[in-house]
Ligand binder design. Structure first.
Ligand SMILES: [Zn+2]
Length: 382
């Protein structure tokens, strides 16, 4: 069995498990700076003492104040302290979903508050303590593990990914239902951004890595990474659902059918697949782990916006992404646009085709041409 997870200092590796970890909690119409503040205040009935503890600049100070007033601790404290702790720890994780993701991510290891000062809440420093706080945390973790969105993905590890555009943090996740491996490439300090710019890019080996011009995926990927770096912070989710979810080998079969005249949707259907098998629900697990609740989504596809919103991610804005049209993928892009419902958007004038019609506008007497604007397809990697 693996070593237990020991926590104590709030800024150590598993310090978020500590009540001293800074995480605001709204209780009794007040925002408490840490769960420790609330726990210590609940020992008292005097409004002055409660307020002094509430206003303590640090959890350490809140703890000290509680010791100072120990003669005034409420008579039934011993009877209610466990419920109070259970309540506040539950509130901490239900009000701070990123912390809940982190708690779930501790897996199945035993959790212990490693404190030589406390053999009731902690392990007493020598492992003989009752570890009630660790037990409460493990109970909450077990409950969260069966609850969406905490049961969708599991974070595995993070490493640097230097690229030609800048250095990203490459976060690796497993999608639990299908055991698929996905990446979240994070650039900059997204904790400082309220609504980060993000992109959901579905894997396309031929386009992303083999320079294929049959689609526009590689171009879209490069443009999205560039845009994120230009923005200063953002996330690209690299989703391992090759070939709109049918996989690499079936994609080659579909390409063969297309070489013989089928379009991209017909080819998938002849192989017995729906036109699009991609899913996005599990992305909530990845974004939630990264602390992202609302996003600006780089896409030209309203279905992606809807899919993310259905999965609980608040899409504040849709940012279009134009890149990658070439003579080889023109028909492919047109088919996607007409059959897959991808948004055709009026772009800047240098990107649209303008076809003059030799008639006057019925709405104005101004001489000139009325332009019928053919909307140009914007997105390839959908
Ligand atoms: Zn592609």
């Amino acid at each position: 069995m693996a070593d237990p997870i020991l926590f104590y200092e709030p800024f150590d590796e598993h310090g978020f498990l500590s009540n001293f970890y800074p995480s605001n909690i709204l209780l009794e119409s007040k925002v408490w700076p840490t769960s420790e503040h609330y726990y210590q205040a609940k020992k008292f009935t005097s409004p002055q003492i409660i307020n002094a503890i509430y206003s303590a600049p640090t959890p350490e100070k809140a703890f000290e104040l509680s010791r100072t007033y120990q003669d005034e601790v409420r008579a039934n404290w011993e009877e209610i302290k466990w419920q109070t702790m259970d309540f506040i720890v539950r509130e901490k994780f239900s009000q701070n979903s990123q912390l809940a993701f982190w708690l779930v991510n501790t897996g199945s290891e035993e959790i212990k508050e490693h404190s030589h000062k406390d053999s009731y809440w902690g392990d007493g420093g020598d492992g003989t303590g009752e570890n009630h706080l660790g037990r409460i945390l493990m109970t909450i973790r077990a409950e969260l593990c069966t609850t969406s969105p905490y049961n969708l993905t599991r974070f595995v590890d993070v490493a640097k990914l230097p690229t030609q555009w800048g250095e990203f943090q490459m976060n690796a996740f497993v999608e639990l239902e299908h055991d698929k491996e996905h990446l979240a490439l994070v650039y900059g300090d997204i904790s400082q951004v309220d609504t980060p710019l993000i992109r959901l890019h579905s894997e396309c080996l031929t386009g992303d890595a083999l320079f294929s011009d049959r689609c526009d995926c590689g171009y879209q990927l490069a443009r999205a990474l560039q845009n994120i770096v230009n923005e200063g912070a953002g996330i690209l989710l690299y989703l391992r659902q090759e070939g709109r979810g049918i996989g690499l080998l079936n994609k080659v079969r579909a390409y063969h059918l297309q070489d013989d005249g089928a379009d991209t949707v017909q080819a998938n259907e002849r192989l017995g697949f729906p036109a699009d098998m991609r899913r996005y629900e599990f992305c909530q697990g990845m974004l939630g782990y990264l602390g992202v609740k609302q996003v600006r989504l780089m896409t030209n596809n309203p279905r992606k916006v809807k899919a993310l919103e259905k999965a609980g991610i608040n899409v504040i804005d849709r940012v279009s992404l134009q890149e990658g049209k070439n003579p080889h993928n023109e028909n492919y892009l047109k088919t996607k646009a007409s059959k897959l419902g991808i948004c055709w958007t009026l772009l800047s004038l240098n990107r649209v085709f303008l076809i003059p019609l030799k008639r006057r506008s019925p709405l104005s007497n101004v001489r000139g041409l009325v332009f019928t604007v053919l909307y140009r397809l914007e997105e390839g990697n959908y």
